[in-house]
Write a new protein. Structure first.
Length: 454
C-alpha cells in the first residue's frame, strides 16, 4: 500500500515469472528446522523509503541488521525504492532474471502483482511454521496475502488502516463534537472550520503525494459500488471514477476547504499543517502520525476517527456501494523463490514479526502490530487507538489481480497529470476522462495477458 506512482507493464513479467516458478526454487530448503547458520552469508531486503521518518528508518534498519548478524552471523543489506515505479520495476526485473532481493517488503496492494509473477514462495505449512505459524497473526492481516487461504505469498508485517485525525479544540470552538459519518457532512464541517484570514483550513490534503491521492478515488468509487477490476474486465473509466475525481479535486476548487498550497503538498507537509494547528481535519492518515502529533502543538488536542463510509453526494450508502472505511492497508513480507538463502530469509521474516520488533514498529513509526499477542497488548494499553482498530474491521482489499499495480499507478497518474490544471483552479471532466481512458487501456492489456483476479 505504500508506493503508488510511476508506469510499468507487469504482464511480461507475469508470463516469464510463471515460467520461472518451476525452476527457481534452488538453493537451501525453506522447510528446514532448527537454528539457521548464516555465517559468511548475505541476505538482501527490498523496502520502501519512509518519507515521514527517514532518519528513524535508517537507525531502525541498522539496529535490525546488527541484531540479526548477532543472531545468525548473516549480513543484512537493504535496498530502497521511493515510488511505485521503483517497486513495479524491482518486481519485474527480479522475476524475469531470477535474481534480486531475498526478501521483499511490499505494500499490501502490490502483493497481487508479486503473486502474479510466480517468482515468490507460495507458503506451505512448513514455511508458515518457520515464521511462527499462521495462527500467530491477526486474521484480518492475512486478507491480502494471496488469492486464497492455500495460495499465499505474503507474511503480514505491518498494519496501517486509514483514518482521519481531527483537532478537538478547533471542533469544540466551532460547536462541533465529532466528525460526520458521511463525506458531505464532513465537508460541511470542514467549511465551517475554514478561516483563511487565520490561515486555518478545514482539511489538509496532499495532492502531490506519491502514495495517497489514488486512495481517495478508490474510497469514493468503491463506496459508489465500483469494483475497479472484476474478473477479466477493468472499470477504471466508469462514471463513478470520474465522479470520485471531481469530488477529490473539488475539495480544493469547489469547496475551498484545503489550503491552495496543498496542490504541492506531500503527506509530510499535510501532516505538518495539521500538527501546527493550521488544519482541523487530516484525512487518509494512519497511526503512523502518532509519533509526530504527540510531539507537536496539537498534543492532547487531537483524536482519530473512522473516515466516512458514505460517498460524496449521498446521504446513505448506495444500494450497490461498499462501506469501505479504508483499503486493507499495511505491508507484507514475501520471500523470493529464486533466493539461494531461503531458510535464512524465513528466519529474517520470523525476526521482523517477533513481538519485540512489532512493538518497536509501533513505538517508532506508529505501525500497528500484526501478531495476536502484540496487538492484544497494544489494544489494552492504548484506548485512543480504538477508532484505528475499528477502521481495520471496516477495511476492504483492493482487487487481487496482477493488473492492480498498473491500475493504481494509472489512478495516481490522473492526479499527477492534473496538478497544473488544479493549480489554475479547475480540472475539466474531459481531461479526467481522457486520462482514465489511457489507464483503462493499459490495465485492459495487462488483464488480457494475465487475468489474475479475485
Amino acid at each position: 500500500m505504500r508506493m503508488k506512482r510511476g508506469f510499468a507493464v507487469i504482464a511480461g513479467a507475469v508470463v516469464l515469472g510463471v515460467a520461472l516458478q518451476g525452476c527457481s526454487s534452488g538453493g537451501d530448503s525453506s522447510s528446514g528446522a532448527g537454528a539457521v547458520d548464516g555465517k559468511g552469508k548475505t541476505i538482501t531486503v527490498y523496502t520502501g523509503v519512509n518519507t515521514t521518518y527517514p532518519q528513524l528508518q535508517r537507525e531502525f534498519e541498522k539496529q535490525v541488521g546488527d541484531d540479526f548478524t548477532k543472531q545468525t552471523g548473516a549480513t543484512v543489506v537493504w535496498q530502497h525504492g521511493a515510488t511505485a515505479n521503483d517497486t513495479l520495476t524491482k518486481i519485474q526485473t527480479s522475476a524475469v532474471s531470477g535474481q534480486g532481493p531475498d526478501v521483499f517488503d511490499l505494500g499490501t496492494t502490490f502483493t497481487p502483482t508479486a503473486y502474479a509473477t510466480g517468482a515468490f514462495v507460495t507458503l506451505d505449512d512448513a514455511d508458515w511454521k518457520l515464521v511462527g505459524g499462521k495462527d500467530k497473526f491477526v486474521p484480518a492481516t492475512l486478507g491480502i496475502s494471496g488469492p486464497s487461504d492455500s495460495k499465499q505469498i505474503g507474511v503480514p508485517y505491518q498494519s496501517r488502516p486509514f483514518v482521519l485525525a481531527y483537532n478537538t479544540k478547533l471542533f469544540q470552538d466551532a460547536g462541533l463534537t465529532q466528525p460526520a459519518d458521511t463525506w458531505d457532512g464532513l465537508i460541511a464541517q470542514a467549511k465551517k472550520l475554514t478561516d483563511p484570514s487565520k490561515g486555518v483550513y478545514g482539511m489538509a490534503i496532499d495532492y502531490k503525494d506519491a502514495l495517497d491521492p489514488w486512495k481517495y478515488v478508490w474510497t469514493f468509487a468503491t463506496q459508489l459500488g465500483n469494483p475497479f477490476i472484476k474478473g477479466a474486465k477493468a472499470h477504471l473509466d466508469d462514471a463513478t471514477v470520474v465522479s470520485a475525481y471531481e469530488s477529490y479535486f473539488g475539495l480544493l476548487t469547489d469547496d475551498h476547504v484545503t489550503d491552495p498550497a496543498s496542490v504541492g503538498w506531500t503527506a509530510p507537509q499535510a501532516l505538518a499543517a495539521f500538527a501546527s494547528g493550521k488544519a482541523a481535519i487530516l484525512p487518509m492518515t494512519t497511526s503512523n502520525a502518532t509519533p509526530t502529533l504527540d510531539k507537536s502543538a496539537v498534543k492532547g488536542d487531537y483524536k482519530y476517527a473512522v473516515m466516512p463510509t458514505v460517498p460524496p453526494g449521498h446521504s446513505s450508502l448506495p444500494s450497490k456501494g461498499v462501506g469501505a472505511a479504508s483499503i486493507l492497508s499495511g505491508d507484507n513480507l514475501a520471500v523470493a523463490d529464486f533466493s539461494p538463502n531461503k531458510s535464512l530469509a524465513f528466519e529474517f521474516v520470523n525476526y521482523l514479526t517477533s513481538d519485540k520488533i512489532q512493538a518497536e514498529q509501533y513505538q517508532d513509526f506508529g505501525n500497528l502490530p500484526v501478531t495476536k499477542s502484540a496487538a492484544a497488548k497494544l489494544e489494552s494499553n492504548a484506548p485512543a487507538l480504538a477508532p484505528v482498530l475499528a477502521a481495520g474491521k471496516k477495511s476492504y482489499s483492493t482487487p487481487f489481480s496482477g493488473a492492480w499495480g498498473d491500475a493504481q499507478v494509472g489512478l495516481l497518474n490522473v492526479v499527477t497529470q492534473s496538478i497544473p490544471d488544479l493549480a489554475d483552479g479547475s480540472v475539466s471532466e474531459t481531461k479526467i476522462k481522457s486520462l482514465l481512458a489511457d489507464a483503462q487501456d493499459k490495465v485492459t492489456k495487462s488483464l488480457a495477458q494475465a487475468p489474475q483476479s479475485k
